[in-house]
Design a protein around this ligand. Structure first.
Ligand SMILES: [Zn+2]
Length: 354
């Protein structure tokens, strides 16, 4: 339940930004390669001087300045090209955790696409060892708990789905908790992946496909009925179907909302037109996430600030939003209680005058 601020109360934006920066958070929709910040890319590029990625920090900053979706794909693929061995994968994963820790993220479900690496010659076992090694180190050294969603890159079709399912169900590492579906939605119908999701669910994984970002509400229905989605990645177009909103609210199926990403991909024309308020007002459990943050020139704190503006939230309302992510996460019950208590304590101690 989100508490809207009283309309006459206008908190200072800088106060709320400071509140958000220190707020303990959970991040549920963020991609592994898509989280490679310029700092991390510079470290990877230094390991591979032959790559086409700029090496000096200024050129790298320009390279990362989002221009359009085609440019995003170019940046994304150049990072994929920098992941050539298991050590690159380990470095990327641990450094992502460092960026999350700086934003006071305590728990993150990171969407990993093993197929991108295994299809480029990194053995699945070495890939899994690398991310697990980084996960254990991140928890111990940075206090960030990482869990994995392995996702099917939809554009790569059924062979990729088969390989992803095999890795998830036969080799699934300790940190793996869920199974997803990413990539483009147009021309990639969700129901074709039903057998793969069935196997993943039978192996104990949660179902968290992307749906309804660049297509209509019927794709969200497909994700619910064919893929048995427990959470929906984006689900932006759900607001076009009142019956769907009602279904999501009634069955407590959360939406993973990533405002800036929706603008970048043109799923939403303008931030001020973002349907997040309609989702909340319909009683849907909404979580705020960052998707591919450095590639869209954002981070989780900025996404919370945007949501606070769109939803007219004060500090208590923002804390409720953070608790939504805890509720919607696949953390165990003690973990949820601990993080919720930490959020409550932070809100109680918060004094915007200091
Ligand atoms: Zn995504």
């Amino acid at each position: 339940m989100i508490r809207f601020a009283f309309p006459h109360w206008r908190p200072q934006l800088s106060d709320l930004n400071a509140f958000i920066a220190g707020l303990p958070k959970a991040e549920l929709h963020v991609h592994h390669v898509g989280s490679a910040s310029p700092r991390i890319v510079a470290e990877l590029a230094a390991r591979h001087p032959d790559s086409t990625v700029p090496h000096d920090p200024e050129a790298l900053r320009d390279f990362f300045t989002f221009t359009d979706f085609a440019h995003f794909i170019e940046v994304y693929l150049s990072v994929v090209d920098l992941l050539r061995d298991a050590e690159d994968v380990r470095l990327l994963t641990f450094e992502i955790a460092r960026d999350l820790a700086r934003q006071q993220v305590r728990y993150a479900e990171l969407t990993v696409t093993p197929f991108s690496s295994t299809s480029r010659g990194i053995a699945a076992e070495a890939f899994l060892d690398a991310i697990e090694d980084a996960r254990v180190a991140a928890e111990k050294e940075l206090g960030v708990v990482l869990r994995w969603t392995f996702d099917i890159p939809g554009e790569a079709g059924l062979p990729a789905a088969e390989e992803t399912t095999r890795i998830a169900t036969e080799m699934g590492p300790e940190g793996l908790i869920s199974f997803g579906l990413g990539g483009p939605e147009i021309g990639v119908p969700r129901p074709q992946f039903k057998p793969h999701f069935d196997r993943a669910i039978a192996a104990g994984l949660h179902s968290v496909p992307h749906a309804g970002e660049t297509t209509g509400p019927e794709t969200v229905w497909d994700a619910l009925t064919s893929l048995r989605a427990e959470r929906i990645g984006h689900g932006t177009s759900s607001v076009r179907d009142p019956r769907l909103l009602e279904h999501l609210a009634e069955h407590r199926i959360p939406l993973e909302v990533c405002p800036t990403s929706n603008i970048a991909t043109r799923a939403v024309e303008d931030l001020d037109d973002h349907p997040v308020r309609e989702m909340v007002e319909a009683g849907v459990l909404v979580t705020i996430n960052s998707d591919d943050p450095p590639m869209f020139s954002t981070d989780l704190n900025s996404e919370y600030a945007i949501a606070a503006r769109l939803l007219s939230l004060d500090a208590a309302g923002i804390a409720d939003l953070a608790k939504n992510a805890v509720t919607a996460s696949f953390m165990d019950a003690p973990g949820k209680t601990r993080l919720n208590d930490e959020i409550d304590a932070y809100l109680t101690d918060w004094d915007p005058r200091h």
